[in-house]
Design a protein around this ligand. Structure first.
Ligand SMILES: Cc1ncc(COP(=O)(O)O)c(C=O)c1O
Length: 361
């Protein structure tokens, strides 16, 4: 087997080796059943137990109150861009959206198909280099909810604190879920694609306050109603069995590491190491404004595109993969989700310092 590299991919992202080892065994033969996990009926008692474990671990780790449902859905986080307004808005209803990047932008476009949308803040003119402070926007008095993206994967910005509003919050938490403590009771709905902090791609987690399940208009198709999935414990149709199982294994690992407080501490330590390099040189320039910096995705530029290309190529040769920035802003991006090991960050920092010495601007 090839030597394991440090994988800075923005998603699907790196997973703990212990989890990968466990998964490989279970795919072949699961829990003395004589069959592999991905061959098993989703209605078997063994698989029902897998789903229950994943759900109860998520509830425990995020301290999800009892009046919230946890759903395991398909269609990616992108499908939530329309499912949210399709279920929570409707003719004459409105919502407030904060535009802090590509993913919020896409969510706004979809919401406009279903209701009135106010966008009191957008950092688009400054290439999404920051998130707003609470005094920079007003939530419309008639808004059903305030929508935001807690971590902007592409631009490397993150809300240091969740927005303040007396309206319920709806959040795309795809790229920082479980990396810091949050008060779920302030949210009407949280969603996250699994492929960054939760496991492999293929399943999207939705955490929804129960009373909202009743808001959907009759015209909404069955599969696109949250209530359909909530009523059937995410088993209305065949769920993404493998991904749900793998999320459960990542959550077991996360609990063993010390849960969300441990992840929060580790994320800060890892991110600080890289930001210190950015702050101590004019060679590396961070994209995000300091107060909006993400602890999950660190975006930066070198003095020229040629140096950036050389940086990425040499890093790859040294086993530091996935550092190319998103095509919409270019440059470099180090994605360091929960499962990304600290040793990889140490190695990146050493590489950055050496590269600067060897390649003056
Ligand atoms: C914050 C955020 N939201 C949504 C998405 C889209 O997720 P999916 O590919 O699961 O639709 C991504 C993908 O990177 C993301 O980073």
């Amino acid at each position: 087997m090839a030597e394991r590299i440090f994988n800075f991919s923005p998603g699907p992202g790196t997973l703990p080796v212990a989890v990968l080892d466990r998964i490989s065994k279970d795919v072949r033969e699961f829990s003395n059943t004589g069959m592999g996990l991905i061959e098993m009926s989703h209605r078997s008692k063994e698989f029902m137990a897998v789903t229950d474990t994943a759900e109860s671990l998520l509830r425990e780790l995020m301290e999800i109150p009892d009046n919230y449902k946890v759903l395991f859905l398909q269609g990616g986080a992108s499908s939530q861009f329309f499912m949210v307004p399709m279920n929570l808005l409707g003719k004459g209803k409105r919502a407030t959206y904060l535009n802090t990047g590509t993913w919020s932008n896409k969510a706004i476009k979809e919401a406009q198909l279903f209701g009135e949308v106010d966008v009191p803040f957008s950092s688009q003119p400054a290439t999404f280099d920051r998130v707003p402070t609470p005094d920079e926007y007003t939530v419309h008095p008639d808004a059903e909810y305030l929508y935001f993206t807690s971590n902007n994967t592409i631009y490397g910005t993150q809300y240091p604190q969740m927005p303040e509003s007396d309206k319920m919050l709806v959040c795309d938490m795809s790229s920082d879920i479980l990396s810091r403590k949050i008060d779920v009771s302030r949210f009407g709905l949280i969603f996250a694609g699994a492929q960054k902090n939760l496991g492999p791609s293929g399943v999207t987690i939705v955490i929804i306050r129960e009373d909202l399940l009743e808001r959907t208009e009759d015209s909404v198709p069955t599969m696109l109603r949250y209530k359909t999935h909530a009523d059937k414990g995410s088993m209305f149709n065949t769920p993404p069995c493998f991904s749900i199982y793998a999320v459960g294994e990542v959550l077991k690992w996360l609990k063993e590491q010390g849960g969300v407080p441990a992840m929060e501490k580790l994320s800060r330590e890892k991110a600080d190491m890289i930001y210190r390099v950015l702050d101590s040189s004019d060679y590396y320039r961070g994209h995000a404004e300091t107060a909006s910096r993400s602890l999950m995705n660190i975006t930066f530029n070198l003095p020229t595109p040629e140096l950036e290309a050389a940086f990425i190529a040499q890093a790859t040769d040294q086993g530091l993969n996935g550092l190319k920035g998103h095509r919409s802003i270019g440059g470099c991006r180090a994605s360091i989700y929960n499962a990304f090991p600290k040793e990889g960050v140490v190695k990146l920092v050493e590489f950055m310092q050496q590269f600067q010495k060897d390649n003056p601007a």
